[in-house]
Design a protein around this ligand. Structure first.
Ligand SMILES: Cc1ncc(COP(=O)(O)O)c(C=O)c1O
Length: 403
């Protein structure tokens, strides 16, 4: 049996859809078991921000693994590795966020944020947005506004409410004195790279403040330079001061790790034992995150991403002009880019065609193919990606017989 047959027979196939067994990766490329090379414009769901097997990451893993991986009575004992991460990350947090906690996945960080918001406010209503995605634990699915995931697990937590993303009027009518928190992505990633008006997040922040409601900003996909700023809320013309900000994905460049930061007001109301977990803030994850974040900061990767992202978007716009029968629009911020297509069928066909040509892309909701390359992708790799995307679009046109 080959890898695909073994996985299909013995693993639970929740969502394996692409018949490629990836053996290894380096930089922007991965290789399958047979040695076929693919350009990876998925960055493992936006995670491998420094590309695959970057020495910053592999060295951090090796060095820390030789020292200690898991603290005795983790959580009870102190850790120099965790202290180093706290020092580095706290300097980069948006204003008003003063304390950090570490988790193992984005969903877990959001879950904790919601749990703490309920404890602090003693209220249970969470306002979220349609099309949002905050994770796959039951609690986070309950505040995720994409039906394909949430409707299978009904009844969800009944007090949560959804409003259209970017709609100021609707969110005003939903946030009230019964609301514990609003949870919001600065840009909806899984929802199809939806970018709100530049003043939207500031508007929601003021609304929350006025009503004594906590604002949870989910930067799990958008944080760590992905959009051309260290955190995406920094694009806002006004300073945003969330009560809780959640982080994951790029934080440790591929090592499973996540975090949330809280304001002083929130921190004052968190007590020992309110949250925890066996692996939370483990020395190995902390060491990797420290190395990744230091690299992102010292090399000004946010500036690089902003510049390269503009170039990528221009190239995508040219491609869109060539295929008006398939492409509705292109958009993006930094290296979080989207090609919106005319139907879900075209998304599936294009994703498959890209894979056959040697380009890995991420299909997502609202008829979008997402392009989220490594933040260190170079000009040649971007050109190669656009060439392969162009070839894939041509083959979709040929298969459909559309002109
Ligand atoms: C905005 C956002 N929040 C939360 C999550 C969940 O993170 P994880 O898959 O690490 O649990 C994701 C994952 O795609 C995400 O994009």
């Amino acid at each position: 049996m080959n890898t695909i047959e073994i996985e299909d027979r013995l693993g639970i196939t929740f969502c394996k859809r692409q018949e490629v067994a990836v053996e290894r990766g380096e930089g922007s490329y991965v290789w399958d078991e047979d040695g076929k090379k693919y350009l990876d414009f998925t960055a493992g769901w936006g995670v491998t921000c420094l590309g695959h097997s970057h020495p910053v990451i592999t060295q951090a893993i090796c060095q820390q693994a030789k020292k200690i991986i898991q603290n005795p009575n983790s959580g009870f004992t102190y850790s120099p590795s965790r202290a180093r991460l706290l020092t580095v990350l706290s300097k980069l947090l948006p204003s008003g966020l003063t304390k950090l906690y570490f988790a193992n996945s984005g969903a877990e960080a959001n879950d904790a944020a919601i749990k703490l918001a309920r404890k602090i406010t003693r209220k249970s209503k969470i306002v979220s947005t349609l099309g949002s995605f905050h994770g796959r634990t039951f609690n986070t699915l309950s505040v995720s506004g994409g039906r394909d995931n949430t409707e299978k697990y009904l009844p969800s937590l009944t007090e949560n409410r959804f409003v259209p993303f970017g709609d100021k009027e609707k969110i005003c009518s939903m946030v009230d004195s019964e609301t514990a928190a609003v949870i919001l992505e600065p840009i909806q990633g899984e929802g199809g790279v939806r970018i709100p008006d530049s003043d939207y997040i500031a508007f929601v922040a003021k609304l929350c403040k006025k009503n004594g409601v906590l604002l949870i900003i989910d930067e799990i996909q958008t944080g760590f330079c992905r959009t051309g700023k260290f955190f995406a809320i920094e694009h806002s013309p006004e300073d945003i001061e969330p009560d809780i900000l959640t982080m994951g994905k790029g934080i440790a460049g591929g090592f499973p790790f996540a975090a949330f930061a809280v304001s002083e007001r929130v921190d004052r109301q968190i007590n020992k034992g309110d949250h925890g977990g066996t692996y939370c803030g483990n020395p190995l994850g902390c060491a990797v995150a420290t190395s990744v974040i230091t690299y992102l900061d010292q090399q000004d990767i946010a500036g690089r991403v902003a510049r390269i992202g503009r170039g990528l978007l221009e190239q995508l716009k040219l491609i869109a002009l060539k295929y008006p029968q398939l492409i509705v629009s292109t958009r993006g911020q930094g290296l979080l880019c989207a090609v919106e297509l005319k139907s879900d069928e075209i998304v599936a066909e294009l994703t498959q065609a890209c894979m056959e040509k040697g380009l890995l892309v991420t299909p997502t909701r609202n008829r979008v193919v997402r392009l989220i390359p490594s933040l260190l992708v170079n000009e040649d790799e971007l050109k190669a990606g656009m060439y392969l995307l162009d070839l894939a679009l041509t083959s979709v046109v040929q298969n459909q017989g559309v002109k």
